[in-house]
Design a binder for this molecule. Structure first.
Ligand SMILES: [Zn+2]
Length: 146
């Protein structure tokens, strides 16, 4: 879809582009949040390549691919950043192109910080472009080997 920022991102264009791609197959892509937002290291997005606005718009095959990619993302994050937990959420209030967040809750995150504010913790590990690129390279291995 021409005016969708996530479709534009998949073409390497627009305001959401810039986070490294970790995996792409015929159906889905897995990317890291762009460095410009100084994100939590390991904040990943799972998105169908086809423009599907919400979860109910996915085909069964796309939904299975999303689920599999989210699982692999969690396995990769577990192995590479050793978080306390891995959160995953579909919120659907922002851009109307399905995207599933998968992100670590780092060890030491205070209990009073709710799951949806883990990236607001001042001591949470964040990354600029080099740190994100290095982590993406490490995470990529979990998507190519079965
Ligand atoms: Zn789209």
């Amino acid at each position: 879809m021409d005016d969708c920022p996530i479709c534009a991102k998949h073409r390497g264009e627009g305001p959401l582009a810039g986070g490294p791609e970790i995996w792409r197959d015929d159906l889905v892509t897995v990317t890291h949040k762009p460095a410009g937002q100084l994100p939590l290291l390991g904040h990943l997005f799972i998105e169908p390549l086809r423009h599907a606005p919400h979860i109910e718009d996915l085909t069964d095959v796309e939904a299975a691919a999303v689920g599999s990619a989210a699982r692999r993302a969690a396995i990769a994050l577990r192995a590479e950043v050793d978080p306390e937990l891995i959160h995953s959420a579909v919120i659907g209030r922002g851009v109307a192109h399905f995207h599933q967040h998968v992100f670590p809750r780092y060890r030491g995150t205070p209990d009073e910080i709710p799951w949806f504010e883990t990236d607001g913790w001042a001591e949470a590990p964040r990354g600029g472009e080099p740190e994100i690129a290095a982590l993406a390279e490490r995470l990529r291995r979990y998507f190519t080997a079965v």
